[in-house]
Design a binder for this molecule. Structure first.
Ligand SMILES: [Zn+2]
Length: 362
């Protein structure tokens, strides 16, 4: 059955009296409810509300460019973050992409700017180097400094701008042995601070410095190369090292899995890293220490010691004295020395590059 609209109760049929208190089916109270504001109070509140709304609207209009700038900044940062951390691009590469987006990459100047690192004559860096950087705003060029770094070495640098706050694109890059292409190791900022990178595989490295297109930059790049760990025997130097890594021992029955650092008996030996010392006594090594920075990392081996300074299992910090040079184990009767070894997951590593003096920047 279809319900027709006529089933509704006509408006007129409703008792009018319900609108007036005290005169209808429902007996309404004659005194006003205190919860319902009186007409003047209601008007006041409405006025306040209108003023607040107007204020919010004016505020929004005033703040809009700020919001827009903030939003643009956030988007730009997100893109930069993605380019840096997801794509692994340097600031210079991001700038090159922006040149391309702006239609400048194809112009002669844009092409010269992009080719500048490849066109630059590389300067070979020694153990220490200090280079003055001076780029005029009417020239297009890059400065490139190259060096070969061994496993176990540490590279340190400081890039300073003559004019504080001036910017330049600079990066430390590593050459892939297979492709000869360069990949970013880390951006280099002209902050005047010392930065360090430990090298875990032999490779060619280069510093590239280049200002933006037609921008000037003046500053200085100071670099130094050294060992990651430094000498484990106090006061010892390169001349005290004998018995190189890998040489045959016991008539070729075994290889020498470390290096020997000769010093007077009782000379302190120090922890090369933060870690835990594990004492082992007996066998070829005599009194020995395995220093482990972590459960999975490399282990540093100290042998032929005359004494320990900590209890077995103690936690030590890099630079702490952990024992004394001696001639225990198969060194008995011979000159006192520290046999020092590094064991990684792949086996023994030559410690020579690791224990060279740490790089010092002047
Ligand atoms: Zn040895």
């Amino acid at each position: 059955m279809r319900v027709s609209s006529s089933c509704r109760i006509p408006r007129r049929a409703l008792p009018h009296s319900t609108k007036r208190p005290g005169r209808g089916l429902i007996n309404m109270p004659t005194t006003p409810d205190p919860r319902i504001p009186s007409p003047p109070a209601r008007r006041q509140r409405r006025l306040v509300l209108e003023i607040v709304l107007l204020g919010v609207m004016l505020g929004a209009l005033w703040a809009k460019p700020v919001w827009r700038a903030q939003a643009e900044h956030s988007v730009s940062r997100a893109l930069s973050w993605g380019a840096h951390d997801v794509l692994g691009l340097s600031d210079r590469e991001i700038y090159a992409a922006r040149l391309w987006l702006a239609g400048l990459a194809g112009t002669p100047n844009g092409q010269r700017w992009q080719a500048a690192p490849a066109d630059a004559t590389p300067v070979a860096l020694g153990a220490r180097h200090s280079a003055a950087l001076d780029f005029a705003d009417d020239t297009i060029r890059a400065a490139v400094y190259t060096l070969a770094v061994e496993r176990g070495q540490q590279l340190a640098w400081r890039l300073t701008a003559d004019l504080p706050g001036s910017t330049v694109f600079a990066s430390l890059e590593r050459q892939a042995p297979a492709t000869d292409g360069w990949s970013l190791v880390t951006p280099v900022t002209p902050d005047g601070e010392i930065h360090r990178v430990d090298v875990d595989a032999q490779a060619r490295y280069r510093f590239v410095v280049q200002p933006r297109l037609f921008e000037a930059f003046a500053g200085r790049l100071v670099t130094a190369r050294g060992g990651q760990l430094g000498m484990p025997v106090v006061g010892a130097a390169a001349r005290d090292i004998g018995g190189g890594f890998g040489v045959a021992r016991d008539g070729g029955a075994r290889r020498h899995e470390g290096i020997d650092i000769f010093a007077k008996a009782g000379t302190p030996v120090i922890a090369v890293v933060d870690g835990r010392v594990v004492h082992r006594q007996g066998g070829l090594g005599g009194k020995t220490i395995f220093l482990s920075p972590s459960l999975t990392g490399p282990r540093y081996y100290y042998a032929h010691l005359s004494a320990y300074t900590h209890h077995d299992g103690a936690r030590v910090s890099a630079g702490d004295v952990i024992g004394r040079v001696g001639n225990t184990g198969n060194a008995a009767g011979g000159p006192p020395h520290l046999h020092f070894g590094i064991y990684s997951r792949g086996g023994a590593i030559d410690p020579a590059a690791f224990i060279a003096p740490k790089p010092v920047l002047r």
